[in-house]
Design a protein around this ligand. Structure first.
Ligand code: UN1
Length: 496
């Protein structure tokens, strides 16, 4: 088992580890034990980080992009070398089971190599000019100092989705990681340091959203905020950024559904539902929390789901036989409990789970039994609101058209999935499902890093994480005209 290297974390500003007096404990959600202390910084740390980033960015932007990319390649190899150690630490701070932790670190490794390769692309466009002897092109320019605010549910993957494109494009970063899961941020900062990233290009400031996040959002010199987290916080950030004309990229969750049609391979559908509803204990933005099922296969699906749910082992994710880990904290448990009550009051039928596990192996941890409601209605709150726990609600429908309508009836639009063997339904579904990510014959989770990640409607504001599209968040388009005619040519005016 890996050891935690330090008992108290420090901010990483201008390449130095800076101690902060005020701290809070990081708790292992599987055991309730305190792992280490994390700083609760204030606005002065943000100010120091921004000043360091501003200075560093001017030089970093001048480094040729392929050379900037060299650092990311080294980061990728270091992540790869430390994959097992990082995965275990991730399970300790976040709770996700070790296999999923390995998968998450792998996303970071993939993102490093993918974005490093962008160092030799960062494609712009050349375009014919209207005038003779004039050259026109548009290039991607870095924006300057960018702020990234990352969540606890994917503390390393999402940090790489945001920081790697920002860095390869020539920006400097001020990063506020979630205080629940700071070890991944600490480890990634150490890796950047070891990989030779010039000081000040990435700065990590630990602390709360209301102090550190707020100071970042309000800081004039931070020109982009990229945020993944809750809807309320995201909307407030967007309002403030709008006021300042600051670019903002938001990813704020989902109410993702698996659609099971009457011609579906039911065993496959059950596997897909279990993996995406109860993997990470339902604490993914992409987690399946609704199953829209054709009424003809509803009973058969329920039966099979119940049989398979019985087999799910719940406990400390460091034990490789465990399938479902803990919930991040007690507040998360309370929120799930509240929704269980709401579901019952609304008249959905509780088929399995619905309770917290507190005894035996579960003592001290935050464990919740995988939960299945059936006969839910589209209008119910359990079918509309994000629960962020291992709770799934079955909604019966009579047709393909109704399934699509129910899928699209929520305010979110992140991920969706359909199980069917009918090729016409496949193509209609990929066109008509109003989500940023659509799966066919697979669950709602498992996005790959080289495709854009994000959603429609209340999930975000149109920007995407990861994929080459992430570069759009961290670059400006600059149009460049070079006149080599030797005379003043006036555009849009007859020069003859
Ligand atoms: C998230 O939950 O915010 O697609 C990220 C997936 C993972 C990433 C989830 N690759 O489920």
């Amino acid at each position: 088992m890996v050891e935690v290297k330090t008992k108290k974390l420090a901010n990483f500003i201008n390449g130095e580890w800076v101690d902060v007096e005020k701290t809070t404990s990081v708790i292992n959600p599987a055991t309730g034990e305190a792992i280490l202390d994390v700083p609760l910084s204030d606005a002065s740390s943000v100010e120091a980080a921004v000043q360091a980033a501003k200075k560093a960015q001017k030089e970093w932007a001048k480094v040729p992009a392929p050379e900037r990319a060299e650092v990311l390649y080294r980061v990728g190899y270091l992540l790869k070398e430390r994959k097992e150690e990082l995965s275990q630490l991730l399970t300790m701070e976040n709770g996700k089971v070790i296999d999923e932790a390995r998968g998450e670190v792998q996303e970071g490794i993939d993102m490093a190599f993918y974005m490093a390769a962008e160092g030799r692309r960062l494609f712009g466009q050349t375009t014919p000019s209207e005038l003779r002897d004039k050259f026109a092109m548009s290039v991607r320019a870095p924006i300057g100092v960018v702020g990234i605010i990352t969540p606890w549910n994917f503390p390393i993957a999402i940090a790489t989705w945001k920081s790697f494109p920002a860095i390869v494009a020539g920006n400097a970063v001020v990063w506020k990681p979630a205080t629940e899961t700071p070890i991944m941020a600490y480890e990634l900062a150490r890796i950047f340091e070891e990989a030779g990233l010039p000081k000040g290009v990435i700065n990590v400031v630990f602390g709360s959203g209301s102090e550190v996040g707020d100071a970042m959002v309000h800081h004039d010199d931070i020109r982009v905020i990229s945020f993944t987290g809750s809807n309320d916080v995201g909307r407030n950030i967007a309002a403030e950024c709008g006021r300042q004309l600051k670019k903002v990229s938001l990813e704020m969750g989902g109410k993702n559904a698996v659609i099971v049609m009457d011609d579906a391979d039911l065993n496959l559908a059950v596997e897909g539902i279990l993996w995406s509803a109860f993997g990470t204990s339902g604490q993914r933005c992409t987690a399946c929390s609704r199953v829209i099922v054709h009424e003809d296969v509803k009973e058969a699906l329920e039966e099979r789901l119940l049989v398979e749910m019985e087999k799910l082992t719940i406990g400390n994710g460091l034990d490789s036989s465990i399938k479902v880990g803990p919930i991040i904290n007690k507040a998360g448990i309370e929120k799930i409990k509240k929704y269980i009550e709401i579901g019952k009051e609304e008249g959905a039928k509780l088929l399995a789970g619905g309770y917290e596990l507190t005894d035996g192996d579960h003592t001290g941890g935050n464990f919740f039994a995988p939960t299945l409601f059936t006969d839910a209605k589209d209008s119910m709150r359990i079918a509309q609101e994000e629960i962020f726990g291992p709770v799934v609600s079955l909604i019966p429908v009579k047709s393909f058209e109704e399934a699509i309508e129910v899928n699209n009836s929520v305010t979110y639009g992140l991920s969706s999935s359909i199980f069917t063997k009918d090729v016409n339904r496949v193509f209609r579904a990929q066109r008509d499902l109003d989500t940023g990510i659509v799966y066919v014959n697979a669950g709602t989770t498992g996005a790959e890093i080289h495709l854009p990640f994000g959603g429609t409607k209340g999930t975000g504001n149109g920007h995407r994480d990861s994929g080459v599209q992430a570069l759009d968040v961290f670059t400006e388009w600059k149009s460049v005209y070079v006149d080599f005619s030797g005379k003043l040519q006036r555009a849009q005016i007859d020069n003859n």
